[in-house]
Design a protein around this ligand. Structure first.
Ligand code: ADP
Length: 300
């Protein structure tokens, strides 16, 4: 099974070019779509989820067991039958219990048999670790519990394509961990797209990824390979805050981070930089290298 996105473009009526010739292929397993706020992630996720039209380009879901290939942009009903979606803004009805809400969504998804529905709902509540609080109203849930409920509703009907848009924003570290473990369990025989601006989410979970920025794809591939590409090209130095601007004028600074009262600069360069030490790069260095490159092109 593969999701093939080809030359997808979208310009909103206000003139914002949210997607510009976006192309990449997503295989089974956990795929990370990484990009800063405003990159176009949600626009792309909503288009794949059949909730929004594109101006041009195509999206195909191929190799679906028991079905032919699907044209996502035109065969919306067929796509919706195999889709699980956790949107960025996931509202819940505060005065409904998790159990009743899941039961309701399951009947909307066409699971007509009451006892079958009950078995599915109980199984999902256990899977997302909300079984003990299944009779509590959703309005009383914490952020992490709501997100896990969101995953439970997205999993109803055994979807083959699951989209989760910014799922860990606003979760505390323990809740985030629990959510990561839950997502990692889904992976097999499905395509899971995790859209996020948090590099660590992708580092922890994804075997394949794309980075988008200002509507364009700036990198795709396996995180380890992408890290290898910048290996030997990232350099660091601790400086005083007041010096940062001077360094920006003379070096390609990709990130600045406050560490013990001083600022740690990371710079990109093919050659060693005087006064800087070599760093063994991580995915964050890849991310900032690609993002700053795209931003520079956009401002020229
Ligand atoms: P992300 O999810 O990566 O933060 P979005 O897809 O939400 O990015 O937004 C991409 C760009 O499109 C942003 O500049 C945003 O302001 C703009 N945008 C998103 N939705 C709309 C809309 N409905 N109308 C106009 N502009 C929009």
């Amino acid at each position: 099974m593969q999701l093939e996105i080809n030359n997808l473009s979208k310009t909103y009526t206000n003139g914002v070019r949210a997607l510009q010739n976006v192309s990449f292929t997503i295989n089974q397993g956990m795929f990370g779509l990484l990009g800063p706020n405003g990159a176009g992630k949600s626009s792309l996720m909503r288009t794949i989820a059949t909730l929004q039209e594109a101006d041009s380009g195509s999206i195909r879901l191929t190799g679906l067991p028991g079905e032919g290939d699907l044209d996502v942009l035109t065969q919306k009903d067929a796509v919706r039958r195999v889709l699980g979606y956790l949107p960025q803004e996931f509202g819940v009805y505060p005065r409904v219990t998790a159990e009743a809400m899941l039961d309701h969504i399951a009947s909307l998804k066409g699971i007509a048999n009451g006892s079958e529905r009950k078995a599915i709902v109980q199984g999902l509540l256990q899977k997302v670790n909300l079984y003990d609080v299944r009779k509590k109203n959703l309005g009383t849930y914490s952020g992490g519990m709501k997100q896990r409920f969101g995953i439970a509703q997205a999993l109803i009907g055994s979807p083959r394509l699951i989209i989760v848009d910014e799922p860990t924003a606003g979760l505390d570290p323990a809740e985030r961990n629990r959510f990561h473990n839950l997502l990692a369990e889904i992976g097999e025989n499905t395509i899971v797209i995790l859209s996020t601006h948090i590099v660590e989410d992708v580092t922890n979970l994804c075997s394949d990824m794309a980075i988008i920025c200002l509507g364009q794809v700036v990198a795709t591939g396996n995180p380890a390979d992408l890290v290898k590409e910048v290996s030997g090209k990232i350099w660091q130095k601790s400086v005083e805050k007041a010096e940062i601007d001077t360094y920006r004028q003379t070096h390609r600074i990709i990130s600045t981070q406050l560490k013990g009262g001083k600022t740690r600069l990371h710079a990109y360069s093919d050659m060693p930089l005087a006064g800087f030490d070599p760093v063994s790069p991580d995915l964050e260095d890849v991310y900032f290298t690609k993002i700053t490159e795209r931003m520079e092109v956009a401002t020229v």
